[in-house]
Structures are given as structure tokens and as C-alpha cells.
Design a protein around this ligand. Structure first.
Ligand SMILES: [Zn+2]
Length: 164
């Protein structure tokens, strides 16, 4: 959950959006990879995990902006690390955000070796999130923006199979 104490994500020069900003924008200016789509989700992974949903061309927004990054998920087999979300422990954000990676590994994500097993747990958490998004929204596409390095997640061999 984003609070006023949260800072901008590391590497904030990259495209970044949040639910509230996206609420105003996509009807007029869809995100690049969302152009032409009517149903999509975008996930931003940095100091937190944010999820924006567009359904029938309109942002999904209830009484409050959605907090899909805090969905509780099935854990990776053998993973019992408690997570670091101050609200939920092992929600997606508590397992896959930059602060979660640092809390788990002792190393900021930008410095975590590519072969660290922590990446497997991060990719698993994001794949579980994608799985839930597919089942609830049936999006045409899920856009994932990772602040530190998307290539580390894309290269995770089990990501696609974990999504289904
Ligand atoms: Zn949480």
C-alpha cells in the first residue's frame, strides 16, 4: 500500500505510473503496450507492487484505488519466508518488492546476483499475481514494469508455466 511516506522507486526515470494517475490517463492516453487494447492489467514493481486494471477501456476503480499488489498468493513449494509487508506479511508486495528482496537477501535488487535463488521466489510471486489477474480480468495483456531489471524475471524459466 502506498502511503505518503513512500518514496519514488529507484530508477524513477523509467516509465512509471500508479493507479491514481492511470485512472485519469488511459481513456485518453493508453500506455504504449496497452494501445489498442480494451482489457489489460499493468503491474509496477519497485518499492511496492502496484496493479492497475483496465476493463472495457476504462480503469477499474471502486471506493478506493485497487491494491492488487497486496493479493495473498500460493507460496512457492518450500518457501516459508514470512514476507515483509507491514500489513500482510507474505502478500505479493511482501515477497516481490525491492524492500522485500533486500529484507530477504540483505542486498538491494540491483546488486543481487542473477543466479540468486531469491529471484525464483520473486518471479513465483509475480507469476502467481499474473495467474490471478488472468482468472479475474481475462486481460488481453499484462504489462509488467520492473524498476531494477525486467530481464531477471523474464529469464525465469518457470514464469510462464507458473502463470497458468
Ligand atoms: Zn501486503
Amino acid at each position: 500500500m502506498w502511503t505518503s511516506q513512500d518514496s519514488l522507486p529507484i530508477g524513477s526515470q523509467m516509465p512509471w505510473d500508479d493507479d491514481r494517475r492511470h485512472r485519469r490517463g488511459p481513456r485518453r492516453r493508453p500506455l504504449g503496450a496497452g494501445k489498442g487494447l480494451t482489457d489489460y492489467a499493468y503491474v509496477t514493481v519497485g518499492t511496492g507492487v502496484g496493479v492497475g486494471l483496465i476493463a472495457a477501456g476504462k480503469p477499474v476503480f471502486g471506493w478506493h484505488h485497487p491494491e492488487g499488489g497486496h493479493i495473498r498468493i500460493a507460496r512457492a513449494p518450500g518457501d516459508d519466508w514470512p514476507g515483509n509487508c507491514r500489513f500482510h506479511g507474505a502478500c505479493v508486495e511482501g515477497l516481490a518488492s525491492g524492500p522485500a528482496i533486500k529484507a530477504r537477501s540483505g542486498t538491494p535488487p540491483a546488486n543481487l546476483p542473477a543466479d540468486s535463488p531469491v529471484w525464483d521466489t520473486v518471479a513465483h510471486a509475480l507469476a502467481q499475481l499474473a495467474h490471478n489477474l488472468v482468472l479475474t480480468l481475462a486481460p488481453q495483456r499484462i504489462l509488467i514494469a520492473v524498476v531494477w531489471s525486467a530481464s531477471r524475471l523474464i529469464s525465469f524459466p518457470g514464469f510462464a508455466s507458473t502463470c497458468v
